[in-house]
Design a protein around this ligand. Structure first.
Ligand code: TMP
Ligand code: MG
Length: 218
């Protein structure tokens, strides 16, 4: 008898939208047979470079934006076969950020400086084409007021008000709003309310069939 494959579940959102808390909650609620994968995964050699980029105070970053974008994608590719193996073995996998963060943040970063070329959505999505597509996808939609109120905001490179506003705009432009796997979540609600909606939606999602891969993201 073959085992049902696990569900690939994605939670996306801005910084301080409550993503990581909700990923932890969902992983705990789904039980021991569940794996949480956070992107960027800062523990790999590629992840170390990403962490240095996000936490360094240096301003000479815009020149290397293309290579950073490719490293964020490479960080997803280096875990792609591990994720697929978990799913094949019947384990659910919860993703904390994925290809949409990759596109949205680099899009805005490339426009934050007048001295460089802006990157197009066509260019930005290519490195992630071929990655596994999630079976259930949530976007935590947090208001700006709530986001800046939350502890820790402003610690890292992209955690600036103006920047996050632009990232929110581009997220809303590229999210697959008509897709039946996609769910927009009001992230100003309480942690418990949000985690219940997310868990119930995942539990009600149909048993996934064949693996689906991105052939186009935006
Ligand atoms: P984190 O706050 O979820 O740890 O993510 C760190 C930052 O990295 C966050 O500001 C979003 C950004 N990011 C990208 O720029 N590209 C990507 O592909 C991913 C996954 C995150
Ligand atoms: Mg962050």
């Amino acid at each position: 008898m073959s085992i049902n494959r696990g569900k690939l579940i994605l939670i996306e959102g801005l910084d301080r939208s409550g993503k990581s808390t909700q990923c932890d909650c969902l992983t705990a609620k789904l039980g021991a047979n569940t794996v949480l994968v956070k992107f960027p995964d800062r523990t790999t050699p590629i992840g170390h470079q990403i962490n240095a980029y996000l936490t360094s105070a240096s301003d000479a970053k815009n020149d290397s934006l293309e290579s950073m974008h490719l490293l964020f994608s490479a960080n997803r590719w280096e875990l792609a076969s591990t994720i697929k193996a978990h799913l094949t073995a019947g384990r659910d996998v919860v993703l904390d950020r994925y290809v949409y963060s990759g596109i949205a943040y680099s899009y805005v970063a490339s426009r934050a400086s007048s001295t460089r070329q802006p990157l197009s959505l066509d260019w930005l999505q290519v490195p992630d084409l071929g990655l596994l597509k999630p079976d259930v996808f949530f976007f935590l939609n947090v208001s700006e007021e709530e986001q800046v109120r939350r502890a820790g905001f402003g610690e890292e490179l992209y955690e600036k008000r103006e920047f996050q506003r632009s990232v929110a705009d581009i997220f809303h432009k590229i999210l697959p709003k008509g897709d039946e796997t996609f769910h927009l979540i009001d992230a100003d609600k309480s942690l418990d309310e949000i985690s219940s909606v997310i868990y119930e939606t995942v539990a009600a999602a149909p048993q996934p069939g064949d693996f689906q891969y991105y052939i186009k993201i935006v």
